[in-house]
Ligand binder design. Structure first.
Ligand code: 5GP
Length: 128
């Protein structure tokens, strides 16, 4: 089934400049900005500028240039916010929620870059 993109979602509005954001990095195909309700000392969202609902949508339909730009933008953000272990950062976690089971709130692809503290287990144990 093809994805339908809702251009009224909050990140589409941020990309159109209708809602302000605290930008960390802007590249030709990507934008990174601080999450409005941070879950960790470092909590940055990285989004592609294109109209993609989630990761599998992006992986299937984005151009090679968009994919390369987005992948590198995420890596660059990790360095910029000083969580990249290779640059003496303390480490990070990337999360991209999709759909109902993933509990995705905003239907525009975003990767959460989280760090600045020990983040604990990836998920609660299955039988918790
Ligand atoms: P999701 O649950 O879809 O993976 O994550 C959506 C994220 O977007 C949440 O962490 C939420 O705090 C963040 N968010 C929602 N609205 C805004 C906004 O207007 N500005 C910013 N910077 N972040 C937002």
């Amino acid at each position: 089934m093809a994805y339908a993109y809702d251009d009224q979602n909050i990140f589409a509005k941020i990309l159109r400049g209708e809602i302000p954001n605290n930008t960390v990095l802007e590249t030709p195909h990507s934008l990174a900005f601080h999450d409005i309700a941070p879950q960790a000392p470092v909590h940055v969202l990285v989004i592609p500028k294109g109209a993609y609902v989630n990761y599998d949508h992006f992986a299937a339909e984005a151009s090679d240039a968009e994919i390369a730009d987005y992948t590198r933008a995420i890596g660059e953000v990790c360095k910029m916010v000083e969580v990249a272990p290779g640059n003496d950062g303390g480490g990070y976690r990337l999360i991209s929620n999709a759909g109902e089971a993933g509990v995705q709130e905003v239907p525009h692809l975003h990767v959460h870059v989280l760090g600045g503290r020990v983040l604990g287990r990836m998920l609660k144990k299955f039988d918790d």
